[in-house]
Design a protein around this ligand. Structure first.
Ligand code: ADP
Ligand code: MG
Length: 340
């Protein structure tokens, strides 16, 4: 649906060259809720804005529905842009216009007749839960309600693609969740492909099926959320994952085992999906003589499945521990030794 190939982007600012994007390639398939996460300045907004041609790459190309944007005529480009809605962090509503009028703007610009505008805008007001607010002005709305207006305006032309640039970053956690649920519903009910850029891992965890992590204009890791969350490779990715999935042994537990005298080694297990409810620890204690102590456990719901993280200490001699590790690996559970 959207394909970035070898994208580069340089800005010149007061004689200095800024590399905003460096060799970025990503493919977003129809139906994806694709999340791009990174710290401020990573290049996320620049990348997103290329999809509706608000920015042009200085290298590489962007394809939307198979068409290379850089090669299109103005009228072809405006056809492509009509198929894309955009939602902003600060809503970008016109304060002097009512909720109804704000949502109607793209249709008015497209010279749609009044009757049709009324039907479509009311449909969307209903969908985003603001049917009773059509005559209100933005100043009379909460942040969450303003963003619902922003989303309705983005959907009013029936786009197949929705771009969200930090759409929940100005909202409190509870409102964030309700907006994220709305985005998920939009994806599921209307089969709209969504590209979200954010610095909040929460957003990725709640709604995205795929994720790319950006740093200094580059994509450093990407893939299905379950794979990236379950087994992050890069230090920055690990940092982001830690903000929503805790895997550290609490200091008080470490203190407790500090003085252990028998041979003790610590391992972290990761279970994905069905395995998370497996009876692996029970099987281990039946099959082996080692004492097993659970130091930390966490189960997170992700993409309709579960990611379980368990950190355990095995008390036995090394050959016995090696046999246990082999046994676990045969069950296709990720196991990694942890050094304190
Ligand atoms: N119009 C511009 N002119 C000059 N530099 C820009 C412009 N837009 C973005 N940049 C720079 O490009 C880099 C990436 O910016 P941006 O895409 O906004 O990052 P993010 O959205 O991840 O915070 C930053 O260093 C930013 O200062
Ligand atoms: Mg940004």
């Amino acid at each position: 649906m959207i394909e970035f190939t070898d994208i580069g982007k340089q800005f010149t600012h007061k004689g200095n060259t800024i590399v905003a994007l460096d060799d970025v390639s990503l493919t977003i398939d129809k139906g994806d809720i694709y999340g791009v996460i990174g710290y401020s300045g990573a290049g996320k907004s620049t990348l997103l804005r290329m999809v509706n041609a608000l920015e042009a790459p200085t290298a590489g190309n962007v394809k939307v529905k198979g068409k290379v944007l850089g090669t299109l005529s103005n009228s072809e480009l405006s056809q492509v842009k009509k198929n894309i809605g955009m939602v902003f962090q600060h809503f970008n509503l016109l304060e002097s216009k009512t909720v109804f009028e704000n949502i109607a703007i793209p249709l008015v610009l497209n010279k749609v007749n009044k009757k049709e505008i009324q039907t479509r805008v009311r449909e969307l007001l209903e969908f985003v839960g603001l049917a009773d607010k059509e005559k209100n002005y933005p100043a009379q709305l909460s942040g969450g309600q303003k963003q619902r207006v922003g989303i309705a305006r983005a959907l009013v032309t029936n786009p197949e693609i929705l771009l969200c640039d930090e759409a929940t970053s100005a909202l409190d956690p509870k409102t964030t969740l309700s907006i994220l649920n709305l985005l998920k519903q939009i994806n599921e009910n209307f089969n709209i492909t969504i590209l979200v850029v954010t610095h909040e891992m929460e957003v990725i965890r709640e709604i995205c099926n795929k994720v790319a992590v950006m740093e200094n204009g580059r994509v450093i890791e990407s893939g299905h959320v379950l794979d990236v969350f379950g087994n992050p490779q890069n230090t920055t990715t690990k940092g982001f994952v830690k903000t929503v999935i805790h895997d550290e042994i609490p200091p008080s537990v470490i203190a407790e085992i500090q003085d252990d005298r028998i041979n003790r080694r610590i391992f972290q297990f990761k279970f994905l999906g069905k395995n998370s409810t497996s009876s692996l620890l029970f099987e281990l204690s039946k099959q082996f003589t080692a004492e097993i102590k659970i130091l930390f456990a966490n189960v997170t719901e992700l993409q309709g499945t579960t990611l379980g993280i368990f950190t355990v200490a095995f008390y036995a001699d090394d050959p016995e521990i090696e046999r246990m590790v082999r046994y676990v690996k045969e069950k296709e559970v990720l196991i990694q030794e942890v050094k304190l």
